[in-house]
Design a protein around this ligand. Structure first.
Ligand code: CDP
Ligand code: CDP
Length: 225
């Protein structure tokens, strides 16, 4: 059997994980897997059905019965399908962002997601980003990165992204939302957000996307070539 390579990128919201991971995947020709999108898709479905987000049994059953697929186009943009429906935009709605950490803290939901994520990494070289990729999903990843930045820098990036979509959201509101998600993700008992002991921690507060990608590419060349 050919052994597969993987890179894990974890970190808090707005650190630049998906932007950096997508560019690295494009350069290496590897598959990019956005694990956060999977938790978002389940959250979207639960909200649409009006389920109680504390009801672990119902949420776990929902995760099990849901079909989540991801496709990557030649420009390395990812599209997410939930039971055949394209939910790429819907899973980024503020309503989903506000509730996703409640769903992601349920161990039953995580078990289903982690199992699927490992399956996806079995047949291809992957770059996977999320919160627990280096610690739980792919503990044997060849390179583990914990990408972080100050809450202010992350909120400013989110604000710019939203501005580009025509929404003006006050910075202090975004800082509060990001801080609350950090708190929930870091304090949950199962798979909390934290760097793996062997992770390379990069603070991107004062770095551009290009600088982060270059730093990682230099290390990838040494490790995987
Ligand atoms: O894009 P953003 O950083 O805002 O978040 P995301 O990667 O889409 O993840 C959304 C949420 O899903 C996180 O805040 C976590 O609560 C949860 N998540 C998780 O628990 N484990 C992962 N591996 C990925 C995401
Ligand atoms: O996936 P995650 O939530 O960690 O962040 P993202 O969705 O990639 O969003 C990060 C945003 O900040 C994007 O608009 C990037 O262009 C920008 N950015 C960055 O990712 N990294 C930097 N070093 C500087 C800006």
């Amino acid at each position: 059997m050919v052994s597969r390579q993987s890179i894990a990128i974890d970190g808090p919201a707005g650190a630049g994980k998906s932007t950096v991971a997508r560019e690295l995947a494009r350069r290496l020709g590897w598959l990019y897997i956005d694990t956060g999108a999977m938790y978002r898709a389940i959250t979207l479905k639960a909200l649409r059905r009006g389920l109680n987000l504390k009801d672990e049994k119902s949420l776990e059953a929902l995760a099990r019965e849901s079909r989540i697929e991801m496709t990557t186009d030649p420009g390395y943009a990812t599209r997410i399908y939930l039971d055949g429906e394209d939910v790429t935009r819907a899973i980024r709605e503020p309503e989903v962002s506000r509730h996703v950490s409640l769903v992601a803290r349920l161990p039953g939901v995580r078990e289903v997601m982690v199992h699927r994520q490992r399956e996806m990494a079995e047949s291809k070289n992957v770059i996977m980003d999320g919160r627990d990729v280096g610690t739980v999903v792919l503990p044997d990843a060849g390179l583990k990165i914990f990408l972080t930045a100050s809450p202010e820098a992350r909120a400013r990036r989110r604000q710019q992204d939203l501005q580009a979509q025509g929404h003006h959201v006050p910075l202090d509101l975004l800082i509060r939302e990001i801080a609350e998600r950090d708190r929930l993700d870091s304090s949950r008992p199962v798979a909390p957000l934290m760097p793996a002991p062997d992770a390379w921690v990069i603070d991107s507060s004062n770095l551009s996307v290009e600088q982060v990608v270059e730093m990682i590419t230099a290390r990838v060349r040494g490790r995987f070539s």
